[in-house]
Design a binder for this molecule. Structure first.
Ligand SMILES: *[C@@H]1O[C@H](CO)[C@@H](O)[C@H](O)[C@H]1NC(C)=O
Ligand SMILES: *[C@@H]1O[C@H](CO)[C@@H](O)[C@H](O)[C@H]1NC(C)=O
Ligand SMILES: *[C@@H]1O[C@H](CO)[C@@H](O)[C@H](O)[C@H]1NC(C)=O
Ligand SMILES: *[C@@H]1O[C@H](CO)[C@@H](O)[C@H](O)[C@H]1NC(C)=O
Ligand SMILES: *[C@@H]1O[C@H](CO)[C@@H](O)[C@H](O)[C@H]1NC(C)=O
Ligand SMILES: *[C@@H]1O[C@H](CO)[C@@H](O)[C@H](O)[C@H]1NC(C)=O
Ligand SMILES: *[C@@H]1O[C@H](CO)[C@@H](O)[C@H](O)[C@H]1NC(C)=O
Ligand SMILES: *[C@@H]1O[C@H](CO)[C@@H](O)[C@H](O)[C@H]1NC(C)=O
Length: 907
């Protein structure tokens, strides 16, 4: 808990200090011309006054030099900071008159225009910051020639093009950040003339060619980041030894290759060495003669380095942060002579480390003290012995190894330990005794082991407990509530638990309770409305859903699917106004369509599949809202009547005209667990098109949309309005009594991947517009009354016969080989059709993943005030947290909706 506090205090301090500098009062009196100029400027800005904290206070009754964001010298405006004011639209020409400006900060507005060239006339401009302004066009090169310029920040303008000029007179430039823009071309040799340059960030641009040798003349350089460009220098073409003042070197994600030269580690003032995500190979050099005290951060992760990590790496005595993950290292000097006093963070994950390095057992007592240690995804078979003597260890990740047998008792006695991840090993028991322990653990992840017997309940301080995917086979102890007073996340999912859910669970104050995939029976306790996620899916629960959701209900996800629940739909659920996911599928609920949910505008997933809902789905008096609805599955009920097109028109989420790309289904469970940079989590997408693909847990990213009304008694015609669902991916209306024609508007559903209209009474021709659905990979129109020629298109030619079988008068390929009409109607191949109806989505595992945020960090003094470092630190800490608790990533990393779907092919 203390660490958590530290972190927030530390971040707050930074914010306060920034505020303090913003708030320095200004004495100078405003020139009248300047005042009216600024007021006219304000007129030209389009901004949202409820999000403005500066512009709205500008008015003629006060001196303009006292306005927020404005500073003057001798009555002239010299500093203008109107960042984050939600300004939209271009910079007006009248801005050109503010030539006295020395500092201009427009960050984080939506300018959406090219950069005006008149800034080049601002002869005393020292600082120009246009970060995140959505600029486009070509940046006027002459602005770089303003001789007074010290800082230029054009980062995060992904459409802004430009190139670097020859730097002939820019002796004063200290800070140049073009990251995440579209600047391109070569780095001019004259960059070596920027003698004062201390930070250069060109990452994520499109520069090419080699890194000029003249960078060796940039002796003030603190920070250099050149990631994600196309530089092709071999790394030793640069005389690194000349860079005597280089403090921060980041060559993240380039195509640098070869081995890492020792001279890099001996640069006298280098503090940060970041060579991650490149193609370095070979072994690390011995650090025999190096005893740098300044080098505090080394990141060599994501290369092809191999062999043992040399003991002499500890000659780098200032080392605080060492990342060697995702290489092929085979050993770490757990028993070497230990020089650095404190290693704050050591990441050795995703290597080939074995526990018996050098064959000798570590002299654990002399091992250096580590605060945060990540050893996941290695080949460890036992708990490393040196851990016993760690007195400062806060975070320990041993997940995804091959550790077997007992979890040793001493691990709970590491008093400093706050978070422990042992998931994905082969652990079977916990060494006793487990009572009277004084562990301070806040988070424990034991997921996916072979732990057996009773649920171990001894960590009363924990806020995060994940015991899922084990073989625990007890009942849930009646007094469970007493053990979990502060648990925010508690999962016993996928074990062999039986018996009832004890009433004391009501004392769990948590946010997330997941007891899914067990054999729990009995009734659902009445008290669970304080949770935000309740998942009881796949148990053997009976009785009705308690109708006791009160006005304080905070539920966002309610998943009770696949039980034996009977009775009615709980009317009080209308009190849960934050509901996002309701899954009651595969139960025996008997009721009419729950129109009362229509008032809950946050709803995005509604699954009532396989119950006994009956009657019409129109809600006459409520003009259906559900603007966020993405998934509605009402299949296998007794719903009937016509579907009114007007009731669908408010499902705006399905109508968003996205860029026309198909959704990407992802294997979340395995992919997310794979180690690597955050972007990897989004890397490999698998679409449902591949036949026979068995997907265990599929993460549906962003925007997955589905309507499944199949196997009810709906009749009448299919509403034309469905064609408006431009972002719909799956539509299943099969096995109903729909009549009339297939609406030609279906041709507008440009991202549709699966369309099933089989087993209805549809007549008429197949609208030729369907041939325009280029992403359609599954189509079933069988067993209707359709007639005429099957449209010809590349897409249609890929569908099997079964897609069209059982219609009276369809002809043409693939049903009939040639184009002649009047051939005998092929028999309805119902068996065949069954087999190839590939993509049944099975709602076994819909859930919204769980959120859990805990702070992390330690103030490392002055580094905190170094802007670069702060940005980097943010990224790095998030990375660590995500590595240790991948579920968090899904919550924090993608703020959209997260739905997991278990999809299996039905045989
Ligand atoms: C202005 O900002 C507020 C708060 O973020 C938002 O609710 C409102 O919709 C915005 N107004 C406009 C016109 O964008
Ligand atoms: C990057 O530059 C190359 C030419 O150097 C060009 O072909 C490519 O389209 C550019 N990429 C982007 C994203 O602008
Ligand atoms: C570095 O600067 C010196 C003079 O200051 C110049 O002679 C030399 O050519 C420069 N080196 C490079 C590689 O540009
Ligand atoms: C736990 O500690 C209490 C006193 O603190 C003691 O009475 C009890 O016997 C201990 N239990 C076990 C099993 O050691
Ligand atoms: C579910 O409960 C019923 C009786 O209530 C029992 O017959 C059945 O075996 C149980 N199923 C499972 C999977 O426990
Ligand atoms: C909502 O909660 C209140 C108590 O907080 C309860 O009286 C009311 O009946 C609930 N609403 C419904 C529709 O059940
Ligand atoms: C629904 O819409 C109709 C017409 O569009 C309107 O007359 C009626 O008042 C609306 N009902 C509600 C509850 O908003
Ligand atoms: C298919 O789409 C194109 C434009 O995207 C349109 O011109 C054409 O008419 C469409 N074809 C049919 C049959 O609707």
């Amino acid at each position: 808990m203390r660490t958590l506090l530290h972190f927030f205090l530390f971040m707050m301090t930074i914010n306060l200090i920034q505020l303090y500098f913003e708030a320095i009062p200004v004495q100078s009196r405003c020139d009248e011309d300047q005042q009216s100029l600024l007021l006219r400027l304000k007129e030209t800005f389009i901004f949202n006054s409820s999000r403005s904290s500066k512009l709205i206070y500008w008015n003629s009754s006060t001196d303009c030099c006292s306005w927020a964001g404005v500073r003057c010298t001798d009555g002239l405006v010299t500093r203008l900071d109107i960042s984050g004011e939600s300004i939209s639209g271009p910079i007006h020409q009248s801005f050109a008159k503010l030539q006295s400006l020395s500092v201009l900060i427009l960050d984080d507005n939506d300018i959406s225009a090219p950069v005006p060239g008149f800034f080049a006339n601002f002869s005393s401009l020292t600082s120009l910051s246009l970060r995140g302004c959505n600029l486009y066009g070509t940046f006027p090169e002459e602005i770089f020639q303003v001789t007074t310029l010290q800082e230029v920040d054009l980062s995060d303008n992904p459409r802004l093009q430009g190139s670097l000029p020859e730097f002939l007179n820019n002796g004063s430039l200290q800070y140049l950040d073009l990251s995440s823009s579209k600047f391109s071309g070569f780095l001019p040799k004259s960059i070596g003339n920027l003698k004062m340059l201390s930070e250069l960030d060109l990452s994520g641009c499109n520069f090419t060619g080699s890194i000029p040798n003249s960078v060796a003349n940039l002796t003030q350089l603190n920070f250099l980041e050149l990631s994600l460009n196309s530089f092709n220098s071999p790394i030793d073409s640069i005389h690194w030894e000349n860079l005597v003042n280089l403090e921060f070197l980041e060559l993240y994600s380039n195509l640098l290759h070869g081995s890492i030269p020792l001279s890099l580690f001996s640069l006298p003032v280098l503090k940060d060495l970041i060579l991650s995500q490149n193609q370095f190979s070979g072994q690390l050099p011995e650090f025999a003669n190096i005893s740098s005290n300044l080098l505090w951060n080394i990141d060599l992760s994501g290369n092809y380095l191999e062999g043992p990590i040399p003991t002499s790496i500890f000659n780098l005595r200032g080392l605080l942060w060492l990342q060697l993950s995702s290489n092929h290292f085979s050993g770490f000097p757990f028993n070497g002579p230990q020089q650095p006093k404190n290693l704050f963070f050591l990441d050795l994950s995703n290597n080939n480390l074995l526990d018996d390095y050098n064959g000798s057992s570590p002299t654990s007592s002399s091992f250096l003290q580590i605060y945060n240690l990540v050893l996941s995804s290695n080949k460890l078979r036992a708990f490393p012995d040196f851990l016993r003597n760690q007195s400062r260890l806060t975070y320990l990740d041993l997940s995804e190894n091959q550790i077997q047998g007992e979890i040793p008792n001493w691990i709970w006695k590491l008093n400093s330990l706050l978070a422990l991840n042992l998931s994905y090993n082969s652990l079977t028991t916990l060494q006793g005794p487990l009572h009277n322990l004084t562990s301070n653990l806040l988070a424990l992840d034991l997921r996916s082991n072979n732990l057996q017997g009773k649920i171990p309940l001894f960590l009363s301080s924990a806020t995060y407990l994940d015991y899922s995917r084990n073989n625990f086979s007890s009942t849930i102890p009646a007094d469970i509530g007493n053990f979990l007073p502060s648990t925010a996340f508690f999962s016993l999912s996928s074990n062999n638990l039986h018996g009832i859910i004890p009433p004391s669970i009501c004392n769990v104050s948590g946010l997330v309770l997941d007891l899914s995939n067990n054999s729990l029976s009995g009734m659902i306790p009445e008290c669970l409305t304080r949770l935000s996620v309740l998942n009881l899916r796949r148990n053997n629960l009976t009785g009705p859903i308690p109708d006791k959701f009160n006005e304080f209900c905070g539920l966002q996800t309610l998943d009770l699917s696949r039980n034996q629940i009977q009775g009615q739909f709980p009317k009080s659920l209308v009190n849960c106004t934050q509901l996002e996911v309701v899954n009651l599928g595969n139960n025996q609920i008997t009721d009419t369509f729950p129109c009362l949910l229509k008032n809950i505008s946050t709803l995005c997933v509604l699954v009532l599949r396989s119950n006994k809902f009956y009657g019409r789905i129109g809600c006459p008096e409520a003009n259906g809202t559900w603007p966020m609805l993405q998934i509605i599955d009402l299949a296998y009920n007794n719903l009937s009547g016509e579907i009114a097109g007007t009731s669908l028109t408010t499902w705006k989420a399905m109508m968003v005209d996205k860029d026309g790309s198909p959704v990407h289904f992802e294997f979340s469970y395995h992919q997310v667990r794979r180690r690597g940079p955050i972007s990897d989590y989004y890397g490999d997408a698998v679409t449902i098109t591949s036949k026979g693909l068995e997907m265990d847990l599929v993460k549906i990213r962003n925007f997955f949309t589905l309507i499944d009304f199949s196997c009810n008694e709906f009749n009448g015609s299919i509403p034309e309005e469905m064609g408006e669902f431009k972002s719909l991916h799956v539509l299943n209306l099969s096995c109903n009594a729909f009549t009339g024609e297939i609406p030609s508007s279906f041709g507008n559903m440009r991202v549709l991947e699966s369309l099933d209209l089989s087993k209805n009474n549809l007549s008429g021709q197949i609208p030729p517009q369907l041939a325009n659905l280029t992403f359609l990979s599954f189509l079933n129109l069988s067993n209707n009354q359709l007639v005429g020629r099957i449209p010809t298109s590349t897409q249609f030619s890929t569908f099997p016969k079964a897609s069209f079988a059982g219609n009276k008068g369809l002809w043409g390929p693939p049903l009939t080989a040639d184009d002649k009409a009047g051939l005998p109607v092929p028999p309805a191949a119902s068996n065949e059709s069954r087999q190839s109806s590939g993509h049944e989505i099975n709602w076994d595992l819909i859930s919204v993943e769980i959120g859990f945020v805990f702070g992390f960090g330690v103030a490392i003094g002055s580094l905190a005030f170094y802007k670069r470092w702060r940005n980097w630190y943010y990224k790095a800490t998030l990375n660590i947290i995500f590595k240790m608790f991948p579920q968090l990533h899904q919550r924090l990393g993608n703020r959209g909706r997260h739905v997991y779907i278990n999809q299996r092919r039905r045989r």
